[in-house]
Design a protein around this ligand. Structure first.
Ligand SMILES: [Fe+2]
Ligand SMILES: [Fe+2]
Length: 277
């Protein structure tokens, strides 16, 4: 994809995500840490400005300049997230922020930094590597989301909690499978057809969890469900699921063309095997 187009679409998606992370942190940092909450508020403004710029980028030069600024801001936000995570895991800052949530949003910032680096240098990428790296990253993100939803819903919301638990388990398994396949790539196969069908399975699940999150968001918005979180968080994780779904769809089309069987499979049955009934 052309760099300008990439900035207008993908970077816009990510900058909004970063801005909202800063906002969630601002909400979750306890009142005793006033300057930290202010710092989070400053990050909201910084990413809001970058977001406006991304929507207006028109040429390659502007895109490159924005990538540089986005890199600096994302690296600073990543440090800030890890600073908060350190305080939480060292029991120095009692708050309503889950450690796993802060770790999760730190991983997302690290992912954006990696992508910015790739876009800047236009690194060539192996399709199977790219696919499995996306699938591994995002299926872990999806299982985390299901766990956050499960733990942010009011304990009375038994049906929704059970649904969230099912998604959590499904994506735990899909994440492990993505890890397994990613590890197998070290054998350097020219063709790996199981990745195509695995991608189909992920597409279906990404669609399913996005629908679940949309329903959850709407239920919170219309006050039909009880939770200790705000609808924006559900909307945020829904957008991430939709983004994952969109990435998978593009990758799946490329796999169809580029990841084909090399030779007919060797007959796995020994000679003289009786025919199947
Ligand atoms: Fe996020
Ligand atoms: Fe997320």
């Amino acid at each position: 994809m052309h760099l300008v187009r990439k900035v207008q679409t993908e970077l816009t998606f990510w900058l909004r995500i970063m801005k909202e992370h800063a906002f969630f942190l601002e909400l979750g940092i306890p009142a005793t840490r006033e300057s930290m909450a202010e710092q989070a508020g400053e990050f909201v403004l910084i990413f809001d400005e970058l977001l406006t710029r991304a929507q207006r980028v028109q040429n390659h030069q502007q895109a490159q300049a924005l990538i540089q600024d986005a890199k600096a801001a994302t690296a600073a936000l990543l440090n800030f997230k890890r600073e908060i995570l350190n305080l939480i895991i060292q029991c120095q800052m009692p708050s309503s922020l889950y450690a796993l949530l802060v770790d999760h949003i730190a991983r997302e910032a690290a992912r954006l930094l990696m992508l910015l680096e790739e876009w800047e240098h236009d690194y060539p990428q192996d399709l199977l590597q790219k696919t499995l790296s996306e699938e591994e990253f995002w299926s872990r993100i999806m299982t985390d989301h299901a766990k956050f939803i499960e733990h942010l819903l009011d304990p009375s919301q038994r049906t929704l909690i059970a649904d969230a638990q099912r998604w959590s388990l499904s994506f735990d398994n899909l994440y492990r499978q993505a890890e397994d396949y990613h590890s197998m790539l070290q054998a350097n196969p020219e063709s790996f057809l199981a990745v195509n069908s695995f991608t189909d399975e992920l597409i279906e699940n990404a669609q399913g969890i996005a629908t679940f999150k949309r329903a959850g968001r709407d239920a919170l918005l219309s006050c039909k469900a009880l939770a200790t979180t705000i609808p924006l968080l559900m909307d945020h994780v829904m957008r991430e699921a939709e983004h994952f779904h969109g990435e998978l769809t593009v990758l799946r089309q490329r796999l169809e063309v580029e990841n084909k069987p090399l030779l007919p499979p060797e007959n796995p049955l020994p000679p003289n095997t009786p025919p199947f009934s």
